[in-house]
Design a protein. Structure first.
Length: 56
């Protein structure tokens, strides 16, 4: 039995439209530079900075 592939974009769209939950990566190529920086800043503020892989 193989798992059914999930349409992640449809799940994210539904989450936004139905529950106002936004799931986005600062690496999303659909965003401009300013938008990517804003998403990164919001994520850092709410959840902390991502650990630096060079120091770990």
């Amino acid at each position: 039995m193989q798992p059914v592939p999930m349409n992640t974009e449809a799940v994210k769209r539904s989450g936004w439209l139905q529950q106002h939950i936004l799931v986005i990566s600062p690496e999303d190529e659909r965003l401009g530079v300013f938008e990517r920086e804003l998403v990164q800043a919001i994520g850092d503020r709410l959840y902390g900075h991502k650990p630096d892989k060079r120091h770990g």
